[in-house]
Design a binder for this molecule. Structure first.
Ligand SMILES: *Cc1c(COP(=O)(O)O)cnc(C)c1O
Length: 496
């Protein structure tokens, strides 16, 4: 049992990591967890000379114990071998007195690439063990996940992917990134409605017998590419080790010293990966959880009450506009003595009443390791401007949310802190330009990128610059009630 996964909500069935990756989410609505994660922690002394690739192999071998070593080696090479524009994959920059870990050097210029370049690799290896099995990935996106998933799954054998985005809900750059996607197994479609409409409809499709059962009979399953899948979460553990080792190499810290990480947070996936690294032996004092105006996690970390009944704010850091942080469920499991019944009770309360409250002792245990803060749009713009004026470093709005919260926290704790940078500033060039130069630029997205590049003397990532030359391939826009028929048709065309 030790080397198997089970749901956060019950112990009745165990799966291999292959199976957990193919399924994504447990039938009872829980997320897959691995109980041996905190046994025999890594010895950092043996990792100081490892490359990113070697660290990735070590982390994946431990958390995916039924994958063959040779398969893991191949997955790591395919995922990161020539897809990132930095040999280091996630380079650590010193900016003024601060350390910034840049997670956006992948093909779509957001940190989601780290997980979504790996997930399709792991899924292919899992599929290869099943006779004639095929998978259709369905994903609703508010912008970054859709493109990163399309790029990751493009031309993967026996897998198709359909991405739905809200027709009014994504930036021009994000839409262009998606509708120009290359690959023979990909499909992109706009939905008349907002992100929640698209998301809740996709969830219904997974549960629709009318859609799913006939395909099951032909060995085809539907699966999801969002961050509840362990195949997307686990690759993110690697860069926490990588960042720490860079700090040791640069003699900023000694092996064994504690550090803090500040993480701009939405679904709690990224920061949870950091907690996994801590359980595996990384000396972390605290995680600083940074939210935008959708500060449900800030309230939770302060009061121990999670309450999603609140207004939804559209902000300049849209990838963090989230009120249900799914991966928090895993933290509750690990921090509450791995008690599935308790997790189920809390999650049932969330479903039925929209809120839950944890015990005082659990709250205090969580507060020891996690600090919550938030930044409104005004503060975020000020952070972008201040950092640029003082250091010449250009930050995207999500990273700037983190920067603001990190500075506020550092007044009480001087432990060296690493800020995770989750997107290239060029993905949100208009917002960044406006923050630095104090007025919007009335030009198209590409002209704004050019202008930002010229004025700040920084480079536009090649895939974003090249978008201007790409032909749109996908023009469908449908009502949300037509999604079932649409998926049925596209799945048959693509995979049967
Ligand atoms: C998805 C995303 C986040 C939030 O990450 P979580 O894992 O959901 O907490 C932050 N910044 C950017 C740019 C993102 O795309």
């Amino acid at each position: 049992m030790k080397n198997l996964y089970h749901s956060t909500r019950n112990l009745n069935s165990y799966l291999s990591s292959h199976e957990a990756i193919l399924k994504g989410i447990a039938d009872d609505g829980g997320l897959y967890v691995f109980d041996a994660i905190d046994e025999t922690p890594f010895q950092l002394d043996n990792m100081l000379n490892d490359s990113y690739f070697e660290l990735a192999e070590k982390v994946l071998k431990k958390l995916l114990p039924d994958y063959k070593d040779s398969d893991i080696l191949e997955c790591v090479q395919n995922a990161y071998g020539n897809t990132f524009d930095s040999k280091e994959i996630t380079p650590l920059q010193k900016v003024g007195e601060d350390y910034i870990l840049e997670l956006f050097h992948g093909p779509t210029s957001a940190f989601k690439d780290v997980g979504l370049q790996m997930l399709p690799q792991l899924m292919s290896k899992a599929l290869a063990q099943e006779e004639k099995q095929k998978v259709m990935i369905l994903t609703a996106t508010s912008g970054d996940t859709g493109k990163a998933a399309l790029e990751g799954f493009r031309d993967v054998d026996n897998v198709g992917i359909t991405v739905f985005y809200p027709d009014q809900g994504v930036s021009d750059i994000q839409r262009l990134q998606m509708i120009t996607q290359l690959g023979k197994n990909v499909n992109v479609c706009a939905i008349k409605g907002n992100f929640d409409d698209a998301q809740s409809q996709v969830k219904k499709l997974f549960a629709s017998e009318e859609l799913v059962v006939p395909f099951h009979k032909q060995n085809l399953n539907f699966s999801s590419a969002n961050s509840i899948n362990i195949g997307r979460l686990i690759p993110q553990v690697v860069y926490y080790f990588y960042a720490y080792i860079q700090m040791v190499k640069r003699e900023e810290i000694n092996v064994g010293d504690e550090v803090n990480f500040c993480v701009p947070t939405g679904n709690f996936g990224n920061v949870l990966a950091g907690y996994y690294a801590k359980m595996m032996g990384l000396p972390v004092h605290r995680f600083i959880v940074a939210s935008n105006a959708n500060n449900v996690l800030y309230d939770f970390l302060k009061n121990g009450v999670y309450d999603r009944n609140r207004p939804f704010h559209k902000t300049i850091s849209p990838s963090m506009d989230i009120l249900i942080s799914s991966n928090l469920e895993r933290l509750l499991y690990y921090m509450n003595h791995k008690d599935c019944d308790k997790v189920k009770e809390l999650m049932d309360e969330l479903t039925n009443q929209g809120h839950y409250e944890i015990s005082k002792s659990l709250k205090e245990a969580i507060q020891k390791q996690f600090y919550g803060g938030y930044s409104n749009d005004e503060e975020t713009r000020n952070a972008i401007e201040k950092v640029y004026k003082e250091t010449g470093y250009v930050m995207d709005p999500h990273t700037a949310v983190g920067f603001k919260v990190m500075k506020e926290y550092q007044e009480q704790d001087k432990t060296p802190c690493i800020l995770l940078s989750t997107a290239s500033p060029y993905k949100f060039a208009d917002k960044v330009y406006e923050a630095i130069y104090k007025e919007p630029l009335d030009k198209n997205e590409f002209e704004i990128m050019q202008e930002l590049s010229k004025k700040t003397n920084t480079m536009i990532p090649a895939p974003l610059a090249n978008l201007v030359n790409m032909e749109p391939r996908f023009h469908d826009c449908i009502e949300k009630d037509d999604m079932l028929a649409y998926v049925d048709k596209k799945t048959k065309e693509m995979l049967l």
